[in-house]
Design a protein around this ligand. Sequence first.
Ligand SMILES: [Zn+2]
Length: 179
Amino acid sequence: MIDMQKEIFLSNARFLELARQQKKSEGVLGLAALPRLEEALRELGVSNERILAEVSVAYGLQGLPARYFGEVQLPMLSLTVHTSLPLVCQRCFTPMPQAVDARFEYAICDEPPEALLEDDEIDWLEPGEFSLESLVEDELLMALPISVMHEEACGELQKTAGEKPNPFAVLKNLKLADK
Ligand SMILES: [Zn+2]
């Protein structure tokens, strides 16, 4: 518990440093670092361990010039997230990977000024309440479609039906074998 607190604290120091110095931090996270996302994927029927192990989320955190919201100037960050979530059709369970390619902007503050609350483009982050992993996870969970499904009919089901041996074809093959 103490270690976790320390880690979150260090992350915040890094975020503020990134924002103030307008630096960039890039990396890749696997599901081991994103347990809530893994749980959500499993709940959506993604059960293939190899596929889950291969999920990787590329992120880029970039400090932006501080911006005024009314009278208040706040440190700014942007986050980009690129991944392909291995979702499955909720009807036939064949893979339907969903690409996520998103960018978010945040102002860092304890109390968001009115002008920031009115800004639809920019979210706010309270220092002391987030880590990079939980931020990426929150955004991906919000981007996650509740249900993906083949639009018309499920291809896999049709294919399976078509692959059933046709009794006449079987007879034909037997006849050919006899010759
Ligand atoms: Zn389907």
